[in-house]
Design a protein around this ligand. Sequence first.
Ligand SMILES: *[C@@H]1O[C@H](CO)[C@@H](O)[C@H](O)[C@H]1NC(C)=O
Ligand SMILES: *[C@@H]1O[C@H](CO)[C@@H](O)[C@H](O)[C@H]1NC(C)=O
Ligand SMILES: *[C@@H]1O[C@H](CO)[C@@H](O)[C@H](O)[C@H]1NC(C)=O
Ligand SMILES: *[C@@H]1O[C@H](CO)[C@@H](O)[C@H](O)[C@H]1NC(C)=O
Ligand SMILES: *[C@@H]1O[C@H](CO)[C@@H](O)[C@H](O)[C@H]1NC(C)=O
Ligand SMILES: *[C@@H]1O[C@H](CO)[C@@H](O)[C@H](O)[C@H]1NC(C)=O
Ligand SMILES: *[C@@H]1O[C@H](CO)[C@@H](O)[C@H](O)[C@H]1NC(C)=O
Length: 291
Amino acid sequence: MATLKEKRTCGQRCEDFGHFIWNSDEGKFMGRTPIRWVYISLYYVAFYVVMTALFSLAIYVLMYTLDPYTPDYQDRLKSPGVMAWPDTYNDETLEINYNMSDKKNWMKMSKILKNFLEPYNDTKQAQCNYYNCTTGKYFVQHMFDAPKHTKWSCPFYQSALGNCSGISDPTFGYNTNQPCVIIKMNRVIHFMPNNGTGNAPYLNCTVLDGQDNVRGYEYYPVNGSFDLSYFPYYGKLAQPHYVNPLVAVKFDLVNQRHAVIQCRVMANNIAYQNFYDPFEGKVIFHLNALS
Ligand SMILES: *[C@@H]1O[C@H](CO)[C@@H](O)[C@H](O)[C@H]1NC(C)=O
Ligand SMILES: *[C@@H]1O[C@H](CO)[C@@H](O)[C@H](O)[C@H]1NC(C)=O
Ligand SMILES: *[C@@H]1O[C@H](CO)[C@@H](O)[C@H](O)[C@H]1NC(C)=O
Ligand SMILES: *[C@@H]1O[C@H](CO)[C@@H](O)[C@H](O)[C@H]1NC(C)=O
Ligand SMILES: *[C@@H]1O[C@H](CO)[C@@H](O)[C@H](O)[C@H]1NC(C)=O
Ligand SMILES: *[C@@H]1O[C@H](CO)[C@@H](O)[C@H](O)[C@H]1NC(C)=O
Ligand SMILES: *[C@@H]1O[C@H](CO)[C@@H](O)[C@H](O)[C@H]1NC(C)=O
């Protein structure tokens, strides 16, 4: 019987199909009795409820264990980079060229520093970072004692940069042969520059080329130190008002008034010999005062 394939008309096929949808002889709907369909539906409902519950539980556990105050992904970089302003880069090289007899030109340089220092405005800092920090000590905070569940940040006042603050001399020395360069160390979360010793990291600038053209230089604040109270940094969410401490250097250029300077941040946890990252722990720049 099975071997003989009967030719069936279209009408017969439709009838077969109708029979399959509702088989009145056996009381079956699409090959199953209604009660079996109910069981199957219940099974799938239960199945999806359990799946959804498992999925929700997994998401919940994940969210619960994530700490919003520390990034889950932290860059390989453990040692901070160092940058300098005015940030007049030419390709990868920082070239601070200015013409001290061209007002338009030196105004441009002073403007860069003025804008850079805007967040450090004394009035602004006194308002945003209203906290008396103890200088010379790490400011370790385990709790979120500051308003809105944050941590305190120490103020850094523009005026701490003395003759390079732009307050007494808004030109920052760019109309003379004594320009100011401002150095900033990048933030690294939970980074402590020194272990054991408890000394503050400090800036050490050396003239790599053109020694005869540099009569001297001065650091602001004194000794070029980055006070320990700015460390460790806990991240943007924990310390929304944090500002990086700065050190400014005022150079006294003579003769050809051109030199290549390296400024390195000295601290035992700060590396500076990374071949792949020339700005790790130090910054090198060309200083060139034209007239
Ligand atoms: C510097 O500016 C002065 C005045 O604008 C101009 O005479 C002089 O040529 C400029 N020097 C250089 C090296 O561009
Ligand atoms: C700091 O901000 C205050 C108020 O906005 C302003 O009067 C003052 O000139 C600013 N100081 C500097 C050095 O720009
Ligand atoms: C910080 O100390 C000064 C002087 O002791 C005091 O006038 C000021 O109110 C203190 N500020 C805070 C935020 O405690
Ligand atoms: C700032 O500059 C003035 C005038 O050039 C100088 O007398 C003074 O000693 C400088 N201040 C510091 C802290 O070096
Ligand atoms: C400081 O700690 C780092 C690693 O955390 C270590 O490599 C280094 O030798 C330590 N330096 C001192 C002076 O203890
Ligand atoms: C600054 O760096 C130079 C050259 O690396 C070094 O000879 C000098 O001792 C350093 N000075 C300080 C105070 O660390
Ligand atoms: C600056 O350094 C000198 C010599 O290392 C030290 O005697 C002086 O106390 C330091 N000044 C400050 C304000 O740290």
